[in-house]
Design a protein around this ligand. Structure first.
Ligand code: KG4
Ligand code: ZN
Length: 331
């Protein structure tokens, strides 16, 4: 790994973040959230996100450096998320990263957002077992990945429609719980009965793919059918239970199929406490390791981008000032 300070920048969606990482140590991880901005529209508005990144980026970089006690001139490399994401949002981080790398005359490296999530577990003190299975669950992605080594990934299962985070977000919206929905559902579910309403699990049979669009429709029907009688806490608990049990079932199936020694759980939805404890218990029963990063490294952040950059920089990988911002990209 790269044992000098990396300044990492993440602006792919609705969080502006800057972190300092040395090797696999996270020295700081400053995040400026746009939740309040997008909350009033109930979703991320791309143009507004890009403008908010422009305003927040320099103060966030200052906070990231300040929290780490690292001076700008001591930064030895710049890492930035350049794919995939909202292009206007990505460009803000990428342009700033190029300018800083150019003026400091230090290496620049572009990082795939999902590789950032996948390697967020490097922040843990544990040895990362290879090969292992990884469940990436975020607002835009639901993937089961076979991780054979650093940079050696194969997607073995994925969603055919909505992501797990979208299922939380859309469900929360239908239940009047606001945006973003994952945390709101988790909190409302605490007082609810998860068995009260029966909701569909999507695909049946021996699959490690996912489908969450039927769940959204079922919640809509439930809200229409129950009207004022709907118990929101019970509905939130039932929705969370359905998503958690589908994710757990498919993840453990992937672990067995890949004959994996460990499962890692990453991405924004990995912050869900019910999911964390369910998967921890399932892995213990199966006799395989379970690793998931602290909550601050689950939702979008720059520290994970710095961790992924750390091994790529150590391998000598570099990008030039022609580094592009890409809306879609293979892992
Ligand atoms: O990784 P992330 O921050 O952004 C993307 O790359 O998409 O993931 C955001 C997603 C949102 O859908 C949000 O509702 C969900 O993560 N999320 C949660 C929790 N905290 C965030 N979902 C369930 N439970 C939570 N506690
Ligand atoms: Zn993400």
């Amino acid at each position: 790994l790269f044992e000098r300070p990396i300044l990492a920048i993440e602006t792919s969606c609705d969080e502006t973040s800057a972190a300092v990482v040395v090797g696999r140590r996270v020295l700081s991880n400053a995040v400026a959230s746009q939740i309040a901005l997008h909350g009033k529209w109930g979703g991320v508005v791309p143009e507004a996100a890009a403008r908010a990144h422009v305003e927040a980026l320099l103060p966030t970089i200052q906070a990231g450096l300040g929290d780490a006690g690292v001076k700008l001139e001591d930064v030895a490399a710049i890492a930035v998320t350049n794919r995939p994401g909202l292009v206007g949002a990505l460009s803000v981080g990428v342009t700033a990263a190029k300018a800083i790398a150019f003026s400091l005359e230090v290496p620049l490296i572009g990082v795939h957002h999902l590789e950032g999530h996948l390697l967020s577990v490097l922040a843990l003190p544990d040895e990362l077992p290879m090969p292992h299975a990884c469940l990436i669950v975020s607002g835009g992605h639901t993937e089961l990945v076979s991780v054979r080594g650093l940079g050696d990934y194969e997607i073995v299962g994925e969603t055919r429609d909505d992501a797990a985070g979208e299922a939380f977000d859309k469900g929360a919206r239908l239940l009047g719980l606001g945006y973003p929905g994952g945390f709101a559902i988790q909190e409302a579910a605490k007082a609810g009965d998860p068995k009260r309403y029966s909701l569909p699990k999507g695909l049946v049979g021996d699959t490690i793919d996912f489908s969450f669009s039927g769940l959204k429709t079922a919640v809509l029907r439930l809200v229409e059918r129950e009207g004022d009688r709907l118990n929101v806490a019970d509905a939130a608990a039932s929705l969370q239970e359905t998503i958690v049990s589908v994710l757990t079932e498919r993840a453990m199936r992937a672990v067995r199929r890949l004959d994996s020694r460990a499962l890692t759980l990453v991405g924004g939805v990995a912050a869900n406490l019910a999911l964390r404890s369910r998967l921890a218990a399932a892995c213990e029963k199966e006799g395989v390791g379970f690793l998931t990063p602290p909550l601050s490294l689950c939702t979008d952040n720059a520290a994970m981008i710095g961790l992924a950059a750390s091994y790529r920089l150590a391998r000598g990988e570099r990008n030039g000032t022609d580094l592009e911002s890409l809306p879609t990209a293979e892992l």
